[in-house]
Write a protein that binds this ligand. Structure first.
Ligand SMILES: C[S@@+](CC[C@H](N)C(=O)[O-])C[C@H]1O[C@@H](n2cnc3c(N)ncnc32)[C@H](O)[C@@H]1O
Length: 201
């Protein structure tokens, strides 16, 4: 057992949290809001047919779309309620409940590594601090030799950007390039959001 993620701690204190999160994204989708920015970045990184792992996929807002574009998508999330919603709202990809700190997809019958791993929506900020390097290590272990991970999260969530980059190094992932948004604006010292593209060191 690993230390439970901050997300799990929130759910424990507030059991309605997951359903409200699910409903919020259903409402935004119904309003026609653009929820696919990160999926477009993934699509720029690899062609249809590529294998994509969504690490902390939540209710699957990126995954159904990428699946419909011909990507082979696996989504993993620690919250069973969100995985249930992903299967309902965005069917097609393979969805699994699991903690990223213990990610072992070959043990669950998924042997092929991934061309791109995406982790959007501040997943890094919700990890239990003691598991951060392990999570990054497990992501590295699931990347193909030429694969890349793209990970986005905001400042002010208790996980400094420099610390994240250092943890990536410790986990065998080196930073190729940093942006401040999913539409790839350059990262600067003033940036309040990081979209990191990392590859195996
Ligand atoms: C704000 S949500 C983002 C969901 C999705 N990536 C998106 O952008 O729509 C953060 C997600 O991180 C997941 N998460 C946090 N810690 C995790 C962990 N250790 N393992 C797997 N998922 C985790 C939560 O369950 C939650 O779905």
């Amino acid at each position: 057992m690993v230390e439970p993620s901050r997300w799990q701690q929130i759910i424990e204190q507030d059991p309605g949290h997951s359903q409200r999160y699910i409903q919020r994204f259903r409402m935004m989708a119904a309003e026609g809001r653009d929820l696919l920015g990160e999926a477009r970045t993934v699509a720029a990184m690899c062609a249809p047919g590529a294998r994509v792992l969504d690490a902390g996929c939540g209710p699957g807002r990126l995954d159904g779309h990428l699946h419909s574009q011909g990507y082979v998508v696996v989504g993993v999330d620690v919250d069973p309620a969100l995985i249930e919603a992903a299967e309902l709202d965005h069917p097609g990809p393979t969805y699994l409940v699991g903690d990223l700190a213990e990610l072992d997809l070959p043990a669950r019958g998924i042997d092929e590594p991934f061309d791109v791993i995406v982790s959007a929506g501040n997943v890094m900020g919700f990890l239990a601090p003691s598991t951060r390097v392990d999570v990054l290590r497990r992501l590295a272990a699931h990347l193909a030799p030429e694969g890349r991970a793209t990970i986005g999260f905001g400042a002010g969530r208790g996980y400094g950007f420099q610390e994240f980059v250092a943890d990536g190094q410790a986990a065998g992932l080196s930073l190729d390039v940093a942006f401040e948004s999913w539409d790839l604006r350059p990262f600067t010292t003033d940036s309040q959001f990081l979209v990191a593209i990392l590859s195996k060191a």
